[in-house]
Design a protein around this ligand. Structure first.
Ligand code: SIN
Length: 286
């Protein structure tokens, strides 16, 4: 018998992710939301199709998950500062979010959830990938898990990217619309240590909590930390731990940053891609 009465949940890969139907975000009752939230915790990222919502409705839906998190480095919409508009044009050489990461890992209370709503999508290109960090943890050998038990990562919001060696402000030059949104974080904390193995506060499961914001491991020499981080990143993003989502206008993805990483594919797009993103504040990882 299905665990759900109001929604239909169809997994999209063997690792994580499910498409959920039977939900109209413009008219969402509490019972349907409770089922959707349960499916979200179980599948780590859920995908809805054919939604039609206003920015106000997206904010109201987001607030069911918790308090809105404002990006330290990026400005939201003038009328809806809760919403970061992500835009890419064909020919842009910078894609926002094009490395494996988990949102706002560089803050003391990183994002719990992120929801991305598609307004305009290209006919081809611009998919998003997700990976399951519970699998990343559970498939490590016991001696490796033991070694990592008390290890902390050091995470930075504006250090040179490990893949291209450029800091945030330098990377955005190839995308005029995103670089216009950059802002100074002021006195907000944008560098933080977190346990590399974290326990999910709602499911109780352990996850390998690492992402592209991770720069070093506390107490380790750089020569020790770098190969270990490189290994753990490639382990965490093994193809068999991932799923991939193809967008269409009206699609919504909601992911759990406490147990996933994601990556916006920087492939060629055939038309403008425009998305509305809202992020929800999480707990201090333990
Ligand atoms: C992000 O990292 O939030 C962007 C994901 C995307 O645009 O697909």
């Amino acid at each position: 018998m299905s665990a759900y009465k109001r929604i239909t949940v169809s997994p999209v890969s063997g690792a994580l992710g499910a498409e959920v139907s039977g939900v109209d975000l413009a008219n969402l009752d509490d019972e349907t939301f409770d089922e959707l939230y349960r499916a979200w915790l179980a599948h780590q990222v859920i995908f809805l199709r054919d939604q039609s919502i206003t920015p106000e409705q997206q904010v109201a839906f987001a607030e069911r998950f918790g308090d809105i998190h404002y990006h330290p480095f990026m400005k939201g919409l003038d009328k809806h500062p809760e919403i970061l508009e992500i835009v890419r044009q064909p020919g842009d050489s910078y894609t926002f979010g094009d490395v494996w990461h988990t949102d706002q890992m560089f803050t003391p209370t990183p994002a719990k959830a992120t929801m991305l709503y598609a307004l305009e999508t290209p006919d081809a290109g611009g998919d998003t990938m997700f990976t399951n960090l519970y699998l990343g943890h559970d498939t490590l050998s016991e001696p490796m898990r033991d070694m990592l038990k008390n290890v902390k990562t050091w995470n930075s919001g504006n250090s040179p990217n490990r893949s291209d060696g450029r800091a945030r402000l330098d990377r955005y030059g190839g995308n005029a619309q995103m670089s216009a949104k950059l802002k100074d974080p002021g006195n907000q904390i944008t560098e933080t240590a977190h346990p590399i193995i974290r326990t999910h506060p709602e499911t109780g499961k352990k996850a390998l909590y690492i992402g592209n914001h991770t720069q070093s491991l506390e107490g380790f020499a750089d020569a020790e930390a770098k190969p270990l981080i490189d290994f753990l990143m490639s382990h965490a993003t093994r193809p068999d731990f991932t799923c991939r989502f193809r967008w269409a206008p009206g699609s919504m993805a909601i992911w759990d940053n406490r147990c996933t990483q994601h990556l916006a594919l920087a492939d060629q797009i055939t038309g403008q891609r425009r998305m509305h993103r809202i992020t929800i504040t999480g707990d201090k990882p333990v």
